[in-house]
Structures are given as structure tokens and as C-alpha cells.
Design a protein around this ligand. Structure first.
Ligand code: ADE
Length: 243
């Protein structure tokens, strides 16, 4: 998968050199490039923002550097089918005003060949950047949660990690992806390892029983109980009711 990130802080993405995603980059499963938006300016101060039309607090990111950055990354448009052609890129702008990022979205995006992330700062990006990008690629505004960050970089790091680990071959044991929170719509069950007793706390006896049917049932109950208690919004109506 190819990932391009446009940001005024490309160093932010240096940490992608480490851990599982770093290995995926070394082995060629993941090709990530962070582009400095300021490289697409032409003035002495490398200006990327200006005051908002209509007034108001803060600064808005200027359209011209964004237009040039996206032209460079997206290349010539496929005139026959600019948006949905095979391997058409998806351009994602992290924004607290976007649709909420979920495991389902991570899975969808992990199946695409080319993702472009555009990190806004200040009060956001001139709206015409989104409109223009939509003429040549699928554009999505995506929020990682109902809170406000200073810019899109942290949100993009979170999305790259969630998407990257779903690319086949990135996580060594694919089974570990199956039994985790959100994959089956529920939160994951609690895990234990040796020793069986630690600081007076015991591992639930069923996990030591060797009875795999009972262990599966216990784990399912734990998932349901935890989801009902912490995230009842995830349960379909009736699914969390006690049997
Ligand atoms: N930029 C600022 N806040 C954000 C959020 N919650 N999600 C995605 N991008 C953001």
C-alpha cells in the first residue's frame, strides 16, 4: 500500500520507522512518504495560512499549496473515471467535523492501494481544497473522536496504525487480529498469563480447566458484560440483555 501524508510537520511521522509498521516499510508492504506542505509555497516566508474571509478567530490554510501538493501526489487524472478507477486514491482529511473512524472503516481502507492524508492545522483548510480534490479522487473527512486536537497529525498517526496492521503480512499472526476489540462488534475479553497467582490475585479457574467449550462461553460472557457496562452503544437492540 502507498500512503502519502501532507503536513507542515513531516518529522512527526519519523516514528513510523519503528515497530511493526517500520518492519512493513522495510519489507515493502507499506510505502509511506511525508511531504512538507511548505515545499509547495512560493513566497519567502513559505506561507501556508491566511485570515478567514468573513472574519473570525484564527487562520485558515490557503488553497494554493494544497492544490499543488495534491497535483504532485495524485498525478494526471484518469479522465475516463477520475474517482472510482481501479486503485483510485482515497484522500482523507482528518477533521473533528468528519465521519467517525471505526474498525470497519480501517478494514475498508486497508483494502485500497493508495491513501493520501492531508493534515490541517489552525482553523482548518479552505473548503475549496476538498471540493477540488473530490473531482479527482474519493475524498473523506474523518474524525478520530469527539474531541479537538491541535492538528490532524496525531489523528493520521492513529489511522495509519489501525489501517497498516490490517494489511496482510504486517501482523505476524493474523489470528491475533480476529479476537480483538471491535472485530466482532464487541469489546475483547480480559487476558491472563502465568503465574496463576500474583499478589493474591487469581486467574479465573475456568481458564485453567482445559475445557475449551467452557472457556469460549466464559470469554463470550465477559465480552458481553464488558460491552454492556462500558459501551452499550455498540450492542444491537436486545443483544446485551441478560439471557
Ligand atoms: N483534528 C482536530 N481534531 C481532530 C479529531 N478529533 N479527529 C480528526 N482530526 C482532528
Amino acid at each position: 500500500m502507498r500512503i502519502d501524508v501532507v503536513t507542515i510537520f513531516p518529522e512527526f511521522f519519523d516514528v513510523l520507522d519503528i515497530s511493526l509498521l517500520g518492519k512493513a516499510r522495510q519489507t515493502g508492504l507499506l510505502d509511506v512518504t511525508a511531504h512538507n506542505l511548505r515545499e509547495f509555497t512560493h513566497d519567502r516566508h513559505r506561507t501556508v495560512d491566511d485570515t478567514p474571509y468573513g472574519g473570525g478567530a484564527g487562520m485558515v490554510m490557503k488553497p494554493e499549496p494544497w492544490g499543488e501538493a495534491l497535483d504532485t501526489i495524485l498525478g494526471p487524472t484518469d479522465a475516463a473515471d477520475p474517482v472510482t478507477g481501479t486503485g483510485a486514491p482515497v484522500v482523507i482529511f482528518p477533521s473533528p467535523a468528519g465521519e467517525v473512524f471505526t474498525q470497519k472503516m480501517a478494514r475498508e481502507l486497508a483494502g485500497r492501494e493508495h491513501l493520501v492524508f492531508g493534515c490541517g492545522r489552525y482553523e482548518g483548510i479552505d473548503q475549496r481544497v476538498f471540493e477540488h480534490a473530490a473531482t479527482r479522487a474519493e475524498v473523506r473527512l474523518v474524525s478520530i473522536g469527539d474531541y479537538v486536537l491541535n492538528g490532524g497529525e496525531v489523528a493520521v498517526m492513529a489511522m495509519i496504525e489501525a489501517i497498516g496492521r490490517l494489511i496482510p503480512g504486517v501482523v505476524g499472526n493474523p489470528e491475533s487480529l480476529v479476537e480483538e476489540s471491535h472485530e466482532d462488534g464487541l469489546l475483547e475479553y480480559p487476558s491472563y498469563t502465568k503465574p496463576a497467582q500474583w499478589r493474591g490475585l487469581e486467574v479465573p479457574p475456568v481458564l485453567l480447566s482445559g475445557n475449551h467449550g467452557a472457556i469460549d462461553r466464559w470469554r463470550r460472557e465477559q465480552q458481553l458484560e464488558r460491552t454492556r457496562r462500558v459501551r452499550p452503544d455498540l450492542l444491537p437492540p436486545g443483544a446485551g440483555d441478560p439471557a
